[in-house]
Ligand binder design. Structure first.
Ligand code: ARG
Ligand code: ZN
Length: 468
């Protein structure tokens, strides 16, 4: 893909007026076409930060066509911008307005570039984009993800890339934003997304508009959508609203395992609040259980989405729910500042599974750690540096990232003791709530909480090779 060179924001000092009066003005610049993540140089953009997305989309399950209007409200983060870009993969753009004025744009690979020199934005600004088309699938290891058509509707699920395949976006977890999604689909289908259900609309001309809203900022890839035949239920427990959507087409066995696991969500949330030492970060919760075999589940904020594959057994069902709900703390509320730190998501969520298993009277965390350490040093399992696993999805989400990531935490707990470990997780999820985080920040906090230099520990556990 061709990328424009990143232009660095510059400051020009303009000294004007009579003696004593100095006005400092910044020279307008063109925002970079990437946010600056080495793994995915084109993801995200420079020069602004999105405050909210108001998306109004229609989906036709017969043609798979998406039509949308996206209103992006953002703030410049440095110098005023005389040009900038959004991420958008494929799709036809018919109109773009910046602060209400029509502008011309250029498509350059996966960038939608607002041609420089038409407007200058400084502080809060809006971009409204009208677009349509059939979203391109995302290549993901051996399969595909992204906007995935199903027999009766569609699923939107992917990591790290999905958002830009269905709306113009600053597509990097570093830039979380509030979202309102209005989605119009045939009236006999259910449309489920994150957050709270604002409106399920009345049928008009055979269609219905569902409105979902997430006020707590979320990373763009965490926005999901499932359209199809779902049984949607709602209940409130301890001030948290649980909305579960279970595909009606599931086999009885899978549906039974799913229902039993979802029933336990409040208990899981309670348990995880104990593990992380901080309350559940949101007021909405729940699940989308699809009848599609995507091969993975995703921690879509407040409402994880699950492939049917996970519900073959009762224990498998329970563990995947524990895993995805754990991500609500580590992955969603605390989000990645750069994708190379993925173990901060997957290692922590897997550790939570281990802790749950122990609490249920199963294998202890110590035993799980011991089992990992039984892998011989020449096993390829130890080859990857899990603290810098590489950008291919197979590497980013390798078994080693999950299991050795969890083992890193289990080993840390053994090293520093339960009390210091609990304090560390509690400080991590409390002090850094709602922020983008990095591995060095976690290591620094660990050193602060324990009063020990743990640089060697993390280098050994997150690097390639079996720890001594
Ligand atoms: N974060 C997801 C989970 O652990 C897995 C996502 C796998 N992603 C992928 N692109 N294959 O639950
Ligand atoms: Zn995970």
């Amino acid at each position: 893909m061709v990328r424009r060179p990143a232009l660095v924001a510059g400051t020009l000092l303009l000294v004007t007026g009579c003696a004593g009066q100095v006005a400092v003005q910044e020279f307008p610049v063109v925002g970079a076409t990437g946010i600056g993540d080495d793994y995915y140089p084109g993801d995200g953009n420079g020069g602004y930060d999105v405050e909210r997305y108001d998306l109004d989309v229609g989906y036709d399950p017969v043609t798979d066509e998406l039509t949308g209007t996206a209103l992006v409200t953002a703030d410049t983060t440095g110098a005023p911008l005389r040009g900038f870009s959004l991420d958008l993969v494929g799709l036809e753009v018919s109109s773009v307005q910046v602060d209400g004025s029509e502008v011309t744009t250029t498509r350059d690979g996966d960038e939608l570039v607002v041609d420089p020199g038409q407007v200058v934005v400084d502080g809060r600004f809006t971009v409204q984009v009208e677009y349509a088309g059939v979203p391109e699938p995302v290549r993901d290891g051996p399969g595909t993800s992204g906007v995935v058509p199903t027999s009766d509707g569609v699923l939107v699920v992917g990591q790290p890339d999905v958002a830009a395949t269905w709306f113009p976006v600053n597509d990097h977890p570093r830039d979380a934003a509030a979202v309102q999604l209005s989605v119009t689909v045939p009236e006999d289908l259910v449309a489920v997304s994150n957050g709270t259900l604002v409106d399920r609309g009345d049928p008009v001309d055979g269609e219905r508009t569902w409105v979902w809203r997430s006020d707590e900022p979320m990373a763009p890839y965490l926005l999901t959508l499932a359209v199809g035949d779902y049984d949607l239920t709602e209940r409130e427990v301890d001030g948290i609203t649980y909305r579960d959507a279970v595909a009606t087409g599931l086999s009885d066995r899978r549906a039974g395992n799913a229902r039993a696991a979802l029933e336990r969500q409040p208990e899981v949330v309670d348990f995880l609040a104990g593990v992380f030492g901080s309350p559940y970060p949101f007021t909405e919760c729940g699940a989308i259980v699809t009848d599609s075999s995507l091969g993975f589940a995703l921690e879509t904020q407040t409402r994880p989405i699950y492939a049917s594959d996970f519900f073959g057994s009762a224990t498998g069902a329970e563990l995947v729910v524990v895993h995805e709900l754990a991500h609500q703390w580590t992955g969603d509320d605390l989000r990645l500042d750069r994708w190379s730190d993925i173990w901060l998501n997957e290692g922590f969520a897997t550790y939570a599974e281990w802790a749950w298993t122990e609490a249920q009277g199963g294998e202890t965390v110590a035993d799980q750690l011991a089992a990992v350490l039984e892998q011989p040093a020449d096993d390829p399992f130890w080859d990857q540096a899990i603290g810098d696993p590489g950008p291919a999805t197979d590497d980013l989400f390798s078994g080693a990232v999950y299991v050795r990531g969890a083992a890193t935490l289990a080993a840390l707990r053994a090293e520093v003791g339960d009390e210091a470990f609990d304090e560390l997780l509690s400080r991590w999820t409390t002090d850094r709530a709602g922020q983008a985080v990095t591995t060095p920040e976690f290591a620094d906090l660990a050193a602060e909480v324990t009063g020990t230099d743990l640089t060697g520990f993390f280098d050994e556990w997150l690097g390639a090779g079996k720890p001594a």
